[in-house]
Design a protein around this ligand. Structure first.
Ligand code: SF4
Ligand code: SF4
Length: 296
């Protein structure tokens, strides 16, 4: 069994063609702009959508752990909640949900099979994302092997935060690495995301040496974090013969999920970034022999 956050069909930004993206639970990082914070914990999490809630208090009356209170809005005491799901069953407007379920590899593959025609006609395939898709390593490896056995093109949207040994075991089953590179300064990277520069760069350099065609670098561009480092990142990548970088301008798509988890969104009120702000880096990349795409 592998812990799955979500399976998204008809994805078009997670690799070539039309794809199914399997979002797996668990992440070693905690980026404050994360669009999928519900994947951080490998365990299931209860989510509450305040916009749907009619404050009927049925959930509170159902919860034996007394984890729910209203002051006057819904409040969850995460330390008391066992994620039993009873409150979800009584919530008629579907304001409550549990994110994270155990699925067998066969169940995931049969979900993926539904769109075989689309993958074939568009040169698409399957992307594993998260969270960090290799966080549940042995299960993820089994899934990758099974996907390849069934003839699917496989992509991995990855933080690079795992041992080189694990990467070496997974690499042959992955056709494309969408590899996050967030900041060239190890201290800043650790301070903001919890990522370890040494580990990530060791893995990235291994891939660039062994299979450069299989690597696309991905950099979320965030003001106050790495907006002023983009040029440095492109030059850094050029030195290492990276072939393509996708610059992903900051968006606030994860905001509601932060709220649904009862967490304060760190970028509340923060201006969105226009793609055109990053145009100048396309030319720079081309002059250095790197394809630069803005957006995924
Ligand atoms: S049961 Fe649902 S709608 Fe009613 S108060 Fe709880 S979360 Fe809100
Ligand atoms: S999931 Fe269970 S323990 Fe958690 S708030 Fe709902 S009823 Fe209570």
């Amino acid at each position: 069994m592998i812990k799955v956050s979500n399976i998204e069909r008809f994805a078009t930004h997670d690799g070539p063609g039309i794809r199914t993206t399997v979002f797996l639970k668990g992440c070693p990082l905690h980026c404050p702009w994360c669009a999928n914070p519900e994947t951080w914990s490998v365990k299931p999490v209860l989510m509450h959508d305040e916009r749907k809630c009619v404050r009927c208090h049925s959930c509170q009356m159902t919860c034996k752990e007394e984890a729910i209170s209203f002051d006057p809005v819904f409040h969850l005491d995460v330390s008391k909640c066992t994620v039993c799901g009873r409150c979800v069953e009584v919530c008629l407007p579907d304001a409550l949900s549990v994110n994270g379920k155990d699925m067998s590899i066969d169940e995931i593959i049969s979900e993926i099979r539904k769109d075989d025609d689309y993958y074939r006609n568009s040169n698409g395939g399957v992307t594993l994302s998260g969270g960090e898709p290799l966080f549940q390593f042995e299960q993820s490896l089994k899934l990758l092997k099974e996907l390849k056995k069934n003839g699917y093109h496989t992509a991995l949207e990855t933080t690079g935060m795992y041992s080189l040994d694990k990467l070496k075991r997974a690499e042959e089953h992955v056709d494309l690495f969408l590899f996050d590179f967030k900041h060239p300064d190890p201290d800043r990277l650790r301070e903001v995301t919890g990522g370890d520069y040494e580990t990530i760069v060791t893995n990235l350099e291994y891939l660039l040496e062994k299979c450069p065609d299989k690597v696309i670098l991905r950099t979320p561009v965030i003001r106050d974090f790495n907006r002023d480092e983009v040029e440095k990142i492109i030059r850094w990548a050029a030195e290492r013969k990276v072939r393509e970088i996708d610059l992903l301008p900051y968006h606030s798509l994860g905001k509601n999920k932060w709220n649904d988890l009862g967490r304060e969104y760190p970028y509340e009120g923060y201006p969105l970034m226009d793609k055109s702000e990053l145009n100048e880096y396309k030319a720079l990349g081309e002059s250095l022999g790197i394809k630069v795409k803005i957006g995924g």
